[in-house]
Design a protein around this ligand. Structure first.
Ligand SMILES: [Zn+2]
Ligand SMILES: [Zn+2]
Length: 368
């Protein structure tokens, strides 16, 4: 059966290119084999799916034929539909709409993996996982930039052994099981018979050496469960959805391996008065017709708390916002630069006009 690449990426058949990319990144991040809890097989499958769905041409082929093929040549494995089933060309010219090649490819790949995972195989100690946090900000906080603190329960480096997992003063000895090679011989049964093969030594986890005095505090892992105090400084002008990365602030790695990273996803709450468009802020102010006609300045408190008096020049068209330069949002990472503030003026017409008011307006019209 052909693999369902859409299902693998967990997306809809109508997903946009951006959605395909997003889904792949998220899942690849989650299943990356270098991470604890990572899954190499799943990661490969994700890659395979993305190779196809992330490419316009291949995706179109896949949608039409259920698989891809380059330049009309048969798929890997060299099987032709005619050879297998004795059937001629497929309607629409899809002669290679057969998945034999793909399945054979999987078998070859499995064997190939076993060969390549030969004498030098060493099981990697795992790097710490990444930690993801969310920080909720007001627009004002995003304007000024803000510090955030959080306590995260995770693995932290073992204080007793400094993360090494053993007493460094007492050193390590060569592993007696693999004699320091880190791997041991195994037979792997394949459809071609048994193949000699080397796998990582379980006794020393492929390192070839064993500590003389494993740390009892962390049971040799080099890390313990604990709280990590995290301080994040979120830069000025940050936008909703941006992510701040703190390298090495994630979970501690095993026995001195690198720590994971910390990702802080920033959410900026919608504001009651301002809508943000990049570096500009938009707002709406209700004004009295008389005030506008008499060119009285519009008073408004800016996002930074400053009281602004904005002049509305004569001849202004009400459908256009009034632009106040340099009073908008701070530019990302650059507090000295600000976008503009755009003020839309709305005028409410009076519900009732007295006879006198009507007469005065008529007089006014004559004056204007
Ligand atoms: Zn060993
Ligand atoms: Zn320890």
């Amino acid at each position: 059966m052909a693999k369902d690449y859409y299902k693998i990426l967990g997306i809809d058949k109508n997903a946009s290119d951006e959605e395909v990319k997003k889904a792949f990144r998220k899942l690849a991040h989650q299943h990356h084999p270098d991470k604890s809890g990572g899954n190499e097989a799943k990661f490969k499958e994700l890659n395979e799916a993305y190779q196809v769905l992330g490419n316009k041409e291949k995706r179109a082929q896949y949608n039409q034929f259920g698989q891809t093929f380059d330049g009309g040549s048969p798929p890997a494995g060299g099987f032709r539909w005619e050879d297998v089933a004795g059937v001629g060309g497929f309607p629409g010219g899809a002669r290679w709409n057969v998945n034999m090649g793909g399945d054979m490819g999987d078998i070859f790949e499995t064997i190939f993996d076993q060969f390549t995972g030969g004498a030098t195989v060493r099981r990697k100690r795992s790097r710490g996982s990444d930690i993801e946090l969310e920080a909720k900000l007001s627009l004002e906080e995003a304007f000024h930039g803000v510090g955030r603190q959080a306590s995260v329960r995770t693995h932290v480096s073992c204080m007793a052994c400094g993360g090494a997992g053993y007493d460094k003063a007492r050193g390590v000895a060569t592993c007696g099981v693999c004699h320091g090679t880190g791997s041991v011989a195994r037979e792997v049964r394949t459809i071609f018979g048994s193949i000699p093969h080397r796998v990582a030594c379980t006794d020393c986890e492929g390192s070839g050496e064993k500590p003389n005095a494993p740390c009892t505090h962390c049971k040799g892992t080099g890390r313990i469960s604990g709280m990590r105090e995290v301080t994040v400084s979120i830069p000025v002008g940050i936008e909703d959805g941006q992510v701040v990365k703190l390298v090495g602030q994630g979970e501690a790695g095993e026995r001195g391996e690198a720590s994971g990273d910390l990702y802080v996803a920033v959410r900026v709450a919608p504001h009651g008065r301002f809508a943000r468009h990049g570096e500009d802020l938009h707002t709406n102010v209700e004004v009295k017709l008389g005030d506008i006609l008499r060119e009285r300045p519009v008073r408004i408190v800016g996002v930074d708390g400053e009281m602004l008096e904005v002049a509305v020049p004569g001849g202004h068209r009400l459908e256009n916002p009034v632009r106040v330069s340099g009073k908008g949002m701070s530019r990302f990472g650059s507090p000295k630069h600000r976008g503009d503030l755009l003020i839309s003026l709305s005028v409410r017409t009076p519900k009732h006009l007295s006879t006198k008011a009507k007469r005065l307006l008529e007089e006014l019209e004559g004056e204007m």
